[in-house]
Design a protein around this ligand. Structure first.
Ligand SMILES: [Zn+2]
Ligand SMILES: [Zn+2]
Length: 329
C-alpha cells in the first residue's frame, strides 16, 4: 500500500488573528493566510471591560468560521486577569472578568478559552496555587451551564508568575472543584523559557513524560506554536517566528510529529508583517515539518519508539539554527 493511498489529513495549524473591525474580520484574515484553526481576543486584551458582542456579530462570526472550516476556535483571555493577585480587589475583578470571557466564548461558539494562571507576587507559590483554584471555581459558579473549557496556559515563569512547572499546573487542577471545565494549553516558547528541553528528541520525550506525570498529557487541548528569541530557562516571554529562534526547526519537528498532539490544534502567536506573509510562512513551515523525519507510524505503535538520536531521522534538513547563537541574525 502506498503512502498516497492513505494521505494524512493536513495538520491542524492556525494563528492568532486580530478581530479589529469585528470578529468576522478575524475569520477573513485567518483564511487569507491558510489557517485551519483560529485564536482571537473577544475584547481588547489590555482592558478589564469590553462592550458586549452584538448578537448579529456573534452569529456571523460562527457562520463565517463554519463556512471556512475553521475549528476548533480558541479565545485568549485578557492579560489583566490575575486570579493569584496579592490584592483581593484585583482577584475579585479577575473572577468577574474571567466569567465575562467565558460568557463571550459561549456567545460566539468558541469552545476553548486560554488563561494565564497568574502571579501571586511576594505571597509565594502556595498562596498563588490556592487562589487560582478558588478563582477558577468562583468563575465557574458564575457561569453555570457554560460549555467553555478554560485552558491553563504553561507560563514562561516571568517574575513571580506560577504555571511554569507542570507540577504547579497539576496542583491547580487538583485543588479546583470545577475540573471538568478545565484543561491545558501548551506554549512551546513558554515551556522552553521555563527550562524544559523541547529541542532535542530525548528532551522532548522527557518533557512530555513529566507533563503527563504531573498534570496529564491528554489534557492539552491547544498548543501555541511559538519559537523563542531567548535561550532555554531564560524565564522571559519573547516569541519568535517558527524556525528562526532557539527552538529552530528541530523543536517544531518534535511538535509536529508528536502522536499525542496529532489532533491538537497548533496556533501561531509569532511576530506578524502587514501582508500576513510571515504567518503564511510559519504555517507552511509547520506543515512541512509535520511530514519530516517520520516513518509512517504503525497503528497503535507507542510514542516511545521516538528515541532515535537527535537528527538521525531528519536527513539533511538541519537549519542554521542548530549553530545556536552564532549565525542566527
Ligand atoms: Zn498566552
Ligand atoms: Zn501562548
Amino acid at each position: 500500500m502506498t503512502r498516497a493511498g492513505a494521505a494524512p489529513a493536513l495538520p491542524l495549524v492556525g494563528a492568532h488573528m486580530s478581530a479589529a473591525g469585528g470578529l468576522p474580520k478575524a475569520v477573513e484574515r485567518a483564511v487569507g493566510v491558510g489557517c485551519r484553526t483560529l485564536q482571537v481576543f473577544t475584547k481588547n486584551s489590555n482592558q478589564w471591560a469590553g462592550k458586549p458582542i452584538p448578537a448579529a456579530e456573534a452569529a456571523s462570526f460562527r457562520e463565517a468560521a463554519a463556512r471556512a472550516g475553521l475549528a476548533p476556535l480558541v479565545s485568549h483571555a485578557a492579560y489583566l486577569i490575575n486570579l493569584a493577585s496579592m490584592d483581593p480587589a484585583i482577584r475579585e475583578r479577575s473572577v468577574g472578568a474571567l466569567a465575562d470571557e467565558i460568557e463571550r466564548c459561549d456567545a460566539t461558539g468558541i469552545p476553548y478559552l486560554v488563561l494565564h494562571p497568574g502571579s501571586p507576587g511576594e505571597d509565594g507559590e502556595e498562596a498563588g496555587l490556592d487562589r487560582i483554584a478558588r478563582g477558577l471555581d468562583a468563575a465557574a459558579e458564575r457561569t453555570p451551564g457554560s460549555r467553555t473549557t478554560v485552558l491553563l496556559e504553561t507560563s514562561a515563569g516571568q517574575g513571580a508568575s506560577v504555571g511554569h512547572t507542570f507540577a504547579q499546573l497539576g496542583e491547580m487542577l487538583r485543588r479546583s472543584s470545577c475540573r471538568s471545565r478545565l484543561a491545558l494549553c501548551f506554549d512551546t516558547s513558554h515551556v522552553h523559557a521555563a527550562g524544559y528541553d523541547v529541542v532535542s528528541r530525548d528532551g522532548w520525550r522527557r518533557t512530555l513524560e513529566e507533563l503527563d506525570r504531573e498534570a496529564g498529557l491528554g489534557l492539552v487541548r491547544v498548543v501555541h506554536a511559538n519559537d523563542s528569541k531567548k535561550e532555554r530557562g531564560c524565564r522571559v516571554d519573547r516569541h519568535e517566528r517558527i524556525g528562526l529562534g532557539f527552538l529552530g526547526e528541530p523543536g517544531f519537528v518534535n511538535l509536529m510529529t508528536e502522536p499525542a498532539f496529532a489532533t491538537v490544534p497548533k496556533i501561531l502567536e509569532t511576530p506578524k508583517d502587514e501582508a500576513g506573509e510571515w504567518d503564511r510562512q510559519g504555517l507552511e513551515t509547520l506543515r512541512r515539518l509535520a511530514g519530516e523525519g517520520r516513518p509512517e507510524p504503525a497503528p497503535g505503535r507507542p510514542a516511545a519508539r521516538r528515541g532515535a538520536p537527535p537528527g538521525a531521522a531528519r536527513g539533511g534538513r538541519r537549519t542554521a539554527v542548530s549553530g545556536r547563537g552564532g549565525s542566527r541574525q
